[in-house]
Structure formats: C-alpha cells, structure tokens
Design a protein around this ligand. Structure first.
Ligand code: ADP
Ligand code: ASP
Ligand code: MG
Length: 412
C-alpha cells in the first residue's frame, strides 16, 4: 500500500472535537487506499504550559528532564487520536518516539534525527493496521534518554517519517490554509501561494515564519519529500494548500515571494574593542561555545585602532552572551569598554529566488522603510534574502509596508 503522512499541529488537536475532525480526514485517506502515518503535536498551549512548569521548578533545569516533561503533551494526543480512530472502526495504534524508536542525537531540546527503523510499523501495516499514530517532536538518544527536536519539531518528525517510508506525500495540516506571502495574522492582504520553492520556504522558515520548522524543510529538500501545507478546518482535496516544491516546478516566479519577521531578537554591541587580526574569532568563538546563535554581525568604523562590534542573537540568549563576553574579558582575551544590549528590536526580511536575477530589491526595501520613518539598525543579505533589524514597535508596520512595496497582494 502507498504510505501517506498526515501531521496535525496543536490547534488542529486542541480538544476532543478537533481530534475527531482530524481523525475523519485520516479515515477518508484510508478509504482512498493509503496506509497512513499520522504525526500529532500536543494540544495547543500544552507545550508552553509544560515549559513554564519546568522553568518554575528549576530555572537552570537539567535539559534531559526538560525533554522528559515537555515531550509528554504529544503522548496524550497520540493515544487519543488512536482511540478516536478505533472508535471509527479504523485499525490504529499509537507510538511514542522511543517505541519506534526514532533515534536522535543527545542535543536535548534541539536534537536531530539520526534514524527511523521501519520494521516495527511496517510489520503492523502488514498485519492489517491502517494508521500508525506517532507522537511528534520526540525521540530517544543513544543514552536511552527522551529527547525533543526543538519548538515546532513535529513538522520535522512528519517529514522524517515521510522520507523513511517513501511516502507519496507529507501533508502538514494546520490553522491556516497554506503558506502565505506573509503571516496572515499581521497582514490582511497576505495571499496564499499555490507553490513555493524549497529554498524560499527554507529562508522564510529560518527567518521566523513558523508555519514550518526550518529543519523539516531542509529534510524535505534533501530527501525529495513532496511537502504540502493545508487547513485542518476546511474541506480539502489533492489541490488544496501550498505545495513546497523545486524551483523548476513553479511557472510564474515573483522577484520577492514573501516577507518574514522574527520578534524576539536582541542587538548587542561591544563598545571599543581593539581592532586587530583575530578579534572576530576571539569574540565569536566563545559565543558559539556558549551556545549563542549569532545571526547578523556588523563591525563599525574604527578610530585609533578601536572599533565597535555589533551582533544580533535571540533575546533569550542575551544573558548567556553577556556571561561569555565577560569571561573573555576577565581572561584578557578580548578587551572592550562596555557591552550594550538592546532587547527591543525585531528582524524583518524579504525572500525571493527572483532576487538572483533582479537588481533593485534592496533599494525598494529601504525606500519603503524610509517612507514610514523606520530606522534600519543592521542589514544582512544573501543571494535570495535581505534582512533588517529595526525597533520592535515598527515590526508590523514594516511587514505591511514591504508587502505593499513588492505588490504581494497580487501574488498567489
Ligand atoms: P501548528 O500548531 O499547526 O504547527 P504553527 O502555529 O506552528 O501551527 O504555524 C502556523 C502559523 O504560522 C499560522 O497560524 C500563522 O500565524 C503563522 N505564519 C507565519 N508566517 C506564515 C506564512 N508566511 N504563511 C502562513 N502562516 C504563517
Ligand atoms: N508541541 C511542540 C511545540 O509546541 C512541537 C510542535 O507542536 O511541533 O513546539
Ligand atoms: Mg508548528
């Protein structure tokens, strides 16, 4: 039997009625002749609640126990989904990550999938089971500890199962009916795209569009998984939603396909650092070792052999970055006068494969922001994206201004 993977996110399994609604979609695919692997998230809000409990109990928590706690939301929905399907006379059973076993690295709270042995689930399919319900987001390390794949990780579970089982498609059911030109929650004029290229989706995801976890797009691209995003609240058919596909499969390509934002950024500036060879390595080496995800970097004009070094990182890593920098200062490795953290910034980015062959995207972007009086603090570019760091209070305005400037209301 051909295998289909269907993933339901938190809002799609938020209560028993929604689980039933999702199960009905699964049943319809079983009736079409598929063996189905269903990947479920925790009920919406559950993972946040669990994270909160961990942080209240132990501010400097043991990451292994964090994973033991926060992975548990998915166990509940996996069991309930299997029960709901059984009640509909669909032969189904649930698997927690360790039971598959979905093997991962030991990087707790950000583990990567290493292997998904098929035997266990294949055998049950051969015996007549129609649906394997898998708890998303979780796995097991070689030390035998429960791991999680990072927030939004059920998307990655789904794509990894689709790759491992040569699925005909991986359908990601969520609370929007596809991938939009920008988050439809902050721009009414956002348009749903019928198709988006892997490279663009990868950039949008890594720049903050949380509709798919970045790692899931990477895996889909690498293993050529047919990946689709669609609504769990609407009637859907094979043409619904947005297909994430190869660039060659898109007929009409816009210069800019989408606008992404990331709210929780911080800008850190090391003031008056010695401007000498090796200084960047002396700063960014220790930051990397401390687990700080440095994103943008700017070295400002140097005067009398001294310079200011600015970088951005997620706002919840500011304390860690500060600690790492103070240590290097105390060790005499980097001498700076002061470390200034601005935690009220956000990143807004435009993404499009068409930028490779079109000039003028940067100037259109900067003009649009200037027209709204928005000051740009840091800029970075790559072949298919331009990102700016701005004051957080202008974030929504910037997204809307850029959506207008690139005429994205005509996309889709
Ligand atoms: P799930 O719980 O199903 O995994 P998420 O909340 O993780 O759902 O992702 C879906 C959300 O992603 C949408 O509700 C939407 O607000 C947000 N989003 C951000 N950018 C986009 C975009 N470009 N297209 C569609 N949704 C987006
Ligand atoms: N429940 C997890 C989270 O909220 C994983 C997921 O939903 O994808 O991050
Ligand atoms: Mg998600």
């Amino acid at each position: 039997m051909p295998v289909l993977v269907m993933k339901f996110g938190g809002t799609s399994v938020a209560d028993l009625a929604r689980i039933r609604n999702a199960a009905e979609k699964v049943k319809r695919e079983v009736e079409q002749g598929y063996d189905v692997i269903v990947v479920v998230s925790a009920m919406s809000g559950k993972t946040n609640e669990l994270v909160g409990w961990v942080e209240q109990t132990s501010p400097l928590f043991d990451a292994r126990e964090y994973d033991a706690v926060v992975s548990s939301g998915e166990n509940v929905t996996a069991g309930l989904m299997a029960l709901t399907l059984q009640e509909m006379d669909v032969p189904a059973r649930s698997w927690q990550g360790w039971q598959v076993p979905l093997k991962t690295t030991s990087a707790h709270s950000a583990a990567r999938i290493e292997a998904i042995p098929r035997d266990n689930i294949d055998q049950k399919f051969a015996e007549g089971m129609k649906v394997a319900v898998v708890a998303g987001f979780q796995g097991i390390s070689s030390e035998g500890r429960i791991t999680t794949l990072g927030r939004g990780g059920s998307d990655t579970t789904a794509v990894a199962f689709a790759a491992a089982f040569d699925a005909v498609r991986c359908d990601i059911y969520t609370d929007v009916d596809g991938v939009y030109t920008t988050d439809p929650r902050i721009e009414d004029k956002a348009r749903k795209l019928d198709r988006i290229a892997f490279e663009e989706m990868l950039e949008l995801a890594s720049l903050g569009a949380k509709v798919l976890q970045t790692r899931s797009v990477e895996l889909a691209m690498r293993y050529k998984v047919k990946l689709r995003v669609l609504s769990s609240f609407e009637d859907t058919d094979e043409n619904s939603g947005t297909l994430v596909c190869d660039e060659e499969d898109i007929v009409e390509q816009n210069v800019v396909s989408g606008v992404a934002y990331s709210r929780d950024e911080a800008k850190m500036t090391l003031i008056s650092v010695a401007d000498r060879p090796g200084i960047a390595a002396a700063i960014f080496g220790p930051l990397a070792k401390a687990g700080v995800n440095v994103d943008m970097i700017v070295q400002n004009i140097s005067e009398e052999g001294r310079t200011d070094m600015t970088f951005s990182c997620p706002v919840n890593q500011v304390a860690r970055a500060r600690e790492a920098m103070n240590k290097t200062k105390d060790a005499g490795e980097v001498n700076f006068r002061e470390l200034v953290a601005d935690t009220d910034v956000a990143k807004v980015s435009v993404v499009g494969i068409g930028m490779r062959s079109h000039a003028g995207v940067a100037s259109t972007m900067f003009d649009a922001l200037a027209a709204e009086g928005i000051n740009i603090r840091v800029i970075t570019t790559s072949e298919i994206k331009i990102s700016v760091l701005i004051d957080r209070k202008y974030m929504e305005l910037a997204v809307q201004a850029l959506h207008d400037a690139f005429k994205l209301e005509n996309a889709g």
